[in-house]
Design a protein. Structure first.
Length: 347
C-alpha cells in the first residue's frame, strides 16, 4: 500500500509539472504574439523572393543560374519555416488567419499545407513513438531495431547502409515533399482539397513554365536538380537533428506530456545565425512543449525550461550543430547493425 501511494503521488507530481512550467512561461510573456517580428520577417522574405525572381529573369539563359538555384533553395526553406510557424498558430491570433498564411506559404514552395498539418500534428502528439510518429516511419530508413527487422528487398539494403546514405538521400527530400502533397490531394482526406489542388497546379505550372521558358533545356534541368536537391538537403538537415538519435518509445512506455516531449527532443546550441538557419527548430524542446510560442520567444524560453528540468531531474539534451549530425549518423549505424551482422554471418 505504501509503495502504491508513493507511485500515485509521483504520477500526480509529474502531471502538475507541466502546469507549473506553463504558468512560469506565461508570466514571462513568452506566449504573447510577436506581430512586429513576423511583419518584418515575412516582408523581408517576400522581398528576397521578388528580388530573386528579378535576377532570374535578368540573367536569362546562363549557367550562372545555378547560383540562383542555390539562393532559391535557401529561400524555399525559409518560406517553409514560415509555413511551419503558421501551422502552429505562432503568427496571428486566430487559426483561420494562420491557415490562410500557411496555404499561401505552402503554395510558394509547392507543398500541401493540409497534408503537412496532419502529418506534423501526429508527430507532435507522439514524438519518437514507434507506430504513431510518421517522422520515424520512412520506408528507406530504420530508426529502431524493430523497424530494421522488418525490412525486405531494396529498402533492406538502404536501411543496412543508412548511415552512409542518409545525406545523399536528402537530395530527394524536396521531390518527396512535392510527391506526398500531390498524392494527398489526389486521394482526398484533407481539408480544402480543391483549393490545395489549384494552389499546387499553379505552383508547378508557374515554376516549370518560368524555368523552361527562360532557360534552355540543359540549363533548366540543371537548375531544377540543384534547386530541388539542395532544398531537400536543407529541409532534412533542419528537421532531423531535433529527434533522430533520441529515445524512442512504444505503448509499453507511458510518460507524462512534459517528459514525453523533453526526453525525445534535442536542442542545438548556437547564436542567432543558427536561429535563422534552422528557423527556430534548434529550440526543439521548447517548441514541442509550447508549439504556439512565437519563434523569437524560443531563445528567451530556453534557459527557463532548462533550469526547470534541472530542478526536477529531467534530462535536457543539447549539443552543437555538427555534434548533433554525428549523433544522428551514429544512431542510424547502430540501429542497422543487425542487418549487417546477419549478412556477414555464415549461412
Amino acid at each position: 500500500m505504501v509503495a502504491s501511494s508513493v507511485n500515485a503521488d509521483a504520477r500526480a507530481a509529474s502531471r502538475n509539472d507541466f502546469g507549473d512550467l506553463m504558468r512560469l512561461v506565461r508570466s514571462e510573456g513568452l506566449l504573447d504574439r510577436r506581430y512586429r517580428y513576423y511583419a518584418m520577417k515575412i516582408s523581408l522574405t517576400l522581398l528576397a523572393f521578388v528580388g530573386g525572381c528579378v535576377v532570374f529573369a535578368v540573367l536569362g539563359d546562363s549557367w550562372w543560374q545555378l547560383a540562383t538555384a542555390v539562393f532559391f533553395a535557401v529561400l524555399f526553406a525559409q518560406i517553409a519555416f514560415l509555413g511551419h510557424d503558421a501551422g502552429h498558430n505562432q503568427i496571428f491570433r486566430t487559426g483561420r488567419a494562420n491557415d490562410r498564411a500557411g496555404y499561401a506559404f505552402g503554395a510558394v514552395v509547392g507543398m500541401s499545407y493540409g497534408w503537412w498539418m496532419g502529418k506534423h500534428s501526429r508527430h507532435h502528439a507522439n514524438p519518437n513513438h514507434e507506430g504513431d510518429d510518421p517522422d520515424i516511419d520512412i520506408p528507406l530508413l530504420a530508426f529502431t531495431r524493430g523497424q530494421s527487422a522488418g525490412k525486405r528487398g531494396f529498402v533492406r539494403w538502404t536501411s543496412k547502409h543508412q548511415a552512409a546514405l542518409f545525406f545523399p538521400l536528402l537530395f530527394l527530400e524536396g521531390l518527396s515533399l512535392h510527391g506526398a502533397g500531390v498524392r494527398a490531394v489526389w486521394r482526398g482526406g484533407i481539408k480544402a482539397r480543391w483549393l490545395e489542388a489549384a494552389l499546387l497546379a499553379a505552383h508547378f505550372g508557374i515554376y516549370l513554365g518560368a524555368v523552361f521558358v527562360v532557360l534552355s533545356p540543359p540549363v533548366a534541368v540543371a537548375f531544377i536538380a540543384v534547386h530541388q536537391g539542395l532544398w531537400g538537403v536543407y529541409m532534412g538537415c533542419s528537421f532531423a537533428p531535433g529527434h533522430k538519435g533520441m529515445p524512442t518509445f512504444t505503448d509499453r512506455k507511458k510518460l507524462d506530456f512534459l517528459r514525453k516531449q523533453v526526453l525525445t527532443s534535442r536542442n542545438i546550441r548556437g547564436g542567432r545565425w543558427v536561429d535563422f538557419a534552422l528557423g527556430g527548430l534548434n529550440y526543439q524542446i521548447e517548441h514541442h512543449l509550447f508549439p504556439s510560442m512565437p519563434r523569437p520567444s524560443l531563445r528567451r524560453a530556453q534557459p527557463v525550461v532548462r533550469q526547470f528540468c534541472a530542478d526536477r531531474g529531467i534530462d535536457y539534451a543539447q549539443c552543437g550543430l555538427l555534434k548533433t549530425y554525428y549523433y544522428v549518423l551514429q544512431h542510424l549505424h547502430e540501429v542497422s547493425a543487425p542487418l549487417r551482422e546477419k549478412d556477414a554471418s555464415p549461412r
